[in-house]
Design a protein around this ligand. Sequence first.
Ligand code: ADP
Ligand code: MG
Length: 364
Amino acid sequence: MIRVEHLTKRFGDLTVLKDIHVEISRGEVISIIGPSGTGKSTFLRCLNLLEMPTSGHIYINEEDILDKKTNVPALRQKMGMVFQSFNLFAHLTILANLTLAPVKLLGKDPADAERKAMELLRMVGLGEKAHQLPEELSGGQKQRVAIARCLAMEPEIILFDEPTSALDPTMISEVLAVIRRLAREGMTMAIVTHEMDFARDVSTRVFYMDEGIIYEEGPPEQIFDHPREEKTKAFINRVRSFGYHILSPDYDLYAMNAEMDQFCEKHALSRKTTRNVLLLTEELITLQQTRGLLADVRIGLAYSERTRSLELSFDTPGAQMNLTDEQNSDDDIGLSIIRNLTSEVRYRREGDRNILECSVRNAQ
Ligand code: ADP
Ligand code: MG
């Protein structure tokens, strides 16, 4: 359905896409992953000519779309695009947002367009919202409208550019559920996403983009479980981390908690997990305080998206001592709270520092 050969794209001196070769067949669901700035958006934008490629060929159903004779509006209609920001018309009702282009661009009969639009709104769970304005909807609902609007143009393929990146964590799943449904119904799609679990179970193939090329591609089992390239492996196993340095007992507890809170939210961890992490930190700090001065304490959080594990490290100076060892503490309640919140606590000595690595229990 789509064949890309020797595709390159330069912005001035910057070569973003070096030499891309790829074929996408009808009914495939392709997830495109990779570090930011590696040209994922540019690649999608080249496919529907929102960006003009510098050189190379793109064939859609064997038609070379870089040929001067190509009817670009007709091509764009075949390729729907859903962006991070929903781009709905704020002054039009949800229904009017869906019927505008089919009536204006495809010359559809308004009554037919409306019937089809209602059908699509029901399909994305928003039949009730037809007569409301975009501002009355949540982010997740707006993105579902944007998907329905795209479907109203009856595209042959839909390109999604990080469709859930602008959403609150609580709204991500409702949008992914709609995309999953389209996948089940056989829609051809290419999706740039950071949602690894979703990419794993929705895709027929995954493209890992890096250094201006499709660095590695394969079925999800290969890319996520047995990547062949070192760079892919490093990306898949990357751990997102956070650090806070307590300098003195006068540290700003609220600022630290707010930063931890933000870290958890960014990784879509639940409120319960967030509370547990804050509580665990507080108990460790209390234990440390009873041991003497609270100074030069380093607190780290690391979250691995692949294994969904959350680790808290608590790194303190001083003579060798494991804070969480019962012999070293009279605070039985504190210790039992720490035990409840963790599945494992490992102690190690490094130079003159005591390091505790705590695996947070049931992080989700
Ligand atoms: P990704 O989507 O993988 O994060 P992008 O495709 O957005 O990456 O961008 C790849 C590179 O191209 C980045 O370095 C970005 O700054 C650059 N870039 C993207 N669009 C333009 C543009 N219109 N003009 C100049 N540079 C651009
Ligand atoms: Mg992008």
